[in-house]
Design a protein around this ligand. Structure first.
Ligand code: SAM
Length: 271
């Protein structure tokens, strides 16, 4: 019996066991007790995860047919299968309220959403090893100055060191995807505070990259009418040139301007 691949669930099953072993071996899993695999499918990674007794392996799978398959062919997983949607579950409740590692050959159609969920739970997730579309992997791993550096690169690199590990060609999957794949590892960089208003940081980074070809002068002016008071060289730069630290500085500067302009507003109303 095999699971019938379903396109809408991003099901491309890895058929090369050497690559599967290699992916699992890239997991360091230091100082953690549990590993959660997203989307085990027919368990090609799960088998190798279960060989390691240093951690307990859990899986979350949305596809009922895959869950039935796993129960039948990997009986050791019993009690460790969460049938559900990774994007919707409460990780602290269903997996652990202590830090755990994530691994998976991700469903490519929702990989960005998976990373946003990781960011929401960053304190719980110190390490992630995953396979995803090569283009997205390059984007996440690239630094300032690169054409593919973007929102997700900044958000993730604020909290994680990202390593681009291996390229994986389409023919080792069934069915083969139409894109190249790659494996990356994200390891918590030890930062516990951003050093700026986190919500504003998210808004500033998003706003800047939504107009990535524009100079910051134009893309951030909606935050305050006083942006011209910022450093003139900074204002001529484009978002793809700014490091995480520079986005943090920019956020602090914008917050100062915003607070200032609010005070002015109150004063002028009182006059
Ligand atoms: N790990 C298997 C492998 O390497 O052959 C399957 C990988 S396949 C690319 C992605 C898997 O994620 C599928 O099994 C799919 O059913 C599952 N999946 C898709 N969306 C999901 C979601 N929201 N939550 C949990 N699993 C999901």
């Amino acid at each position: 019996m095999f699971v019938r691949p379903k396109k809408k669930l991003g099901q491309h099953f890895l058929t090369d066991k050497n690559i599967a072993r290699d992916i699992v071996n890239h997991l360091k899993a230091q100082n953690i007790e549990k590993v959660l695999e997203i989307g085990p499918g027919m368990g090609v990674l799960t088998d190798f995860l279960l060989e390691n007794n240093d951690y307990e392996t859990f899986v979350i799978e949305i596809d009922h047919e895959s869950v039935v398959y796993l129960r039948q062919y990997i009986p050791r997983l019993e009690g460790h299968i969460i049938e559900g949607d990774f994007l919707r579950i409460n990780l602290a409740e269903k997996v652990s309220d202590k830090p755990f590692a994530l691994i998976g050959n991700l469903p490519y159609n929702i990989s960005s959403q998976i990373f946003f969920k990781v960011l929401e739970n960053k304190d719980l997730i110190p390490e992630i090893v995953c396979m995803l579309q090569k283009e997205v992997a390059m984007r996440i791993a690239s630094g300032p100055g690169s054409k593919v550096y973007g929102i997700l690169s900044v958000f993730l690199q604020a909290w994680y060191n990202v390593e681009y590990l291996i390229d994986v060609p389409p023919h080792v999957f069934d069915p083969p995807p139409q894109v190249q794949s790659a494996v990356i590892r994200l390891s918590a960089n030890g930062r516990t505070e951003l050093g700026c208003n986190e919500k504003l940081f998210f808004r500033v980074v998003k706003q800047a990259f939504n107009q990535r070809r524009k100079m910051l002068r134009n893309s951030i002016k909606s935050f305050s009418p006083r942006v011209e008071e910022l450093d003139s060289i900074l204002l001529t730069r484009r978002p793809e040139q700014l490091s995480v630290e520079e986005f943090i500085d920019l956020t602090n500067n914008i917050e100062r301007l915003m607070t200032g302009s609010q005070e002015q507003g109150v004063l002028s109303r009182e006059n």
